[in-house]
Design a protein around this ligand. Structure first.
Ligand code: NAI
Ligand code: 13P
Length: 340
């Protein structure tokens, strides 16, 4: 593996989705030496990025590399791309990708940045990508890890995982985004990495709810640890490797998201824990908090495989069934006593 200095040189990348993570990752790719085009939906955002060299809506104050260009034209962004990065909210992937699929270069690697499970189908994002585009699984990868966008945009050091069943593609993607501040590892366990990313958002909601109810570090550590246990139970039932959950896409991401005030999921949960209704919190939330929608398909997946996921169940009750957090807490704490 080459060093991080410009190891992406010669790679053309299209990033579809100019929100906080799409824009940040476009910067990472450009800093690694790739030629990057960022696709945004709104012309006024494209203009602002082009004119000011910043994304004022999602990353105010962060200078974007001059080599990064923005466009509303998806065909232009995708023309000649070796790497296509998908960075839209999970529940909007299918509709967006249906429009983009005819424009995808035939051999491009398709890299998902998304951390969610599709409502209705209970599919992981890589499964949706294969289904909509007809791409073979070897072309599809997911990037996941403790990667709060704002910190990475500020070039604070962090590591991540690129999961892909094809080793050569994983290594090429690793080179394309390796910078002095962003260190990607490869992994073959796509199921485990995607599931870790999706379920940690649900557990981060639980941590936020606990925070909003006034509880401290013991509660959060208990939720993180038992949350990891239920993620690993579900993941291994779906074919993931147990060791993935001890890695960056498991424990790493869970710790970062559950602890950080930058996390949208944790912040969303905190407002619920303080007594706001789902609708009230949704009204004042501009960016996506994936766990709010993904908690239901995660629970559905768990039930279909006979796996006990009490924390996910608790989050579904608070978010969608209108059960007061105090009552859900009482239920969780009085579950049957058992060995760890
Ligand atoms: N922000 C972060 O720190 C990280 C986010 N992620 C994941 O990356 C994915 C994208 O997240 P962000 O960029 O943070 O989201 P965001 O809410 O900041 O931006 C979403 C982007 O998708 C676009 N979009 C396209 N179709 C849309 C639709 N139908 N509804 C709403 N927006 C639509 C929006 O215009 C916007 O550019 C999510 O799955 C998230 O979990 C993963 C790691 C870090
Ligand atoms: O996935 C993330 C960090 O790795 C971002 O978490 P939030 O979506 O909760 O902000």
């Amino acid at each position: 593996m080459s060093g991080p200095e410009r190891s992406g040189r010669g790679t053309r990348a299209a990033v579809l989705g100019a929100g906080s993570w799409g824009t940040t990752f476009a910067k990472v790719l450009a800093d690694a030496g790739c030629a990057v085009t960022l696709h945004a939906r709104r012309p006024e955002l494209c203009e602002a990025i082009t004119e000011t060299g910043e994304n004022p809506d999602y990353l105010p104050g962060v200078r974007l590399p001059r080599t990064l260009t923005a466009t509303v034209d998806a065909a232009l962004a995708l023309d000649g791309a070796d790497v296509v990065v998908l960075a839209v909210p999970s529940q909007s992937l299918r509709a967006n990708l249906t429009a983009w699929a005819p424009l995808l270069p035939p051999d491009a690697s398709l890299l998902s940045l998304m951390k969610g499970i599709e409502l209705g189908s209970t599919k992981r994002m890589s499964e949706v990508i294969c289904e909509v585009t007809g791409a073979g699984p070897e072309r599809v990868a997911a990037l996941s890890g403790p990667n709060l966008a704002r910190e990475i945009a500020e070039e604070q050091p962090a590591a991540t995982v690129i999961a892909c069943p094809d080793d050569d593609r994983a290594t090429a993607l690793q080179a394309a985004c390796h910078t002095p501040y962003f260190r990607p590892y490869t992994n073959r366990d796509l199921v485990g990495c995607e599931l870790g990313g999706a379920v940690k958002n649900v557990i981060a909601l639980a941590c936020g709810i606990a925070e909003g109810m006034g509880f401290g570090d013991n509660t959060r550590a208990s939720l993180i640890t038992r949350g990891l246990a239920e993620t690993a139970r579900l993941g291994t039932a779906l074919g993931a490797e147990l060791t993935t959950f001890a890695g960056l896409a498991g424990l790493g991401d869970l710790v970062a998201t559950c602890s950080s005030p930058l996390s949208r999921n944790r912040t969303f949960g905190e407002k619920l824990g303080r007594g706001m209704s789902l609708e009230e919190v949704q009204r004042e939330t501009r960016q996506v908090a994936e766990g709010v929608k993904s908690c239901r398909p995660v629970l559905e997946l768990a039930r279909a495989h006979g796996i006990d996921v009490p924390l996910t169940e608790a989050v579904v009750k608070v978010c969608h069934d209108g059960v007061p957090a105090q009552l859900v807490l009482k239920e969780i704490m009085s579950r049957e006593a058992k060995p760890e």
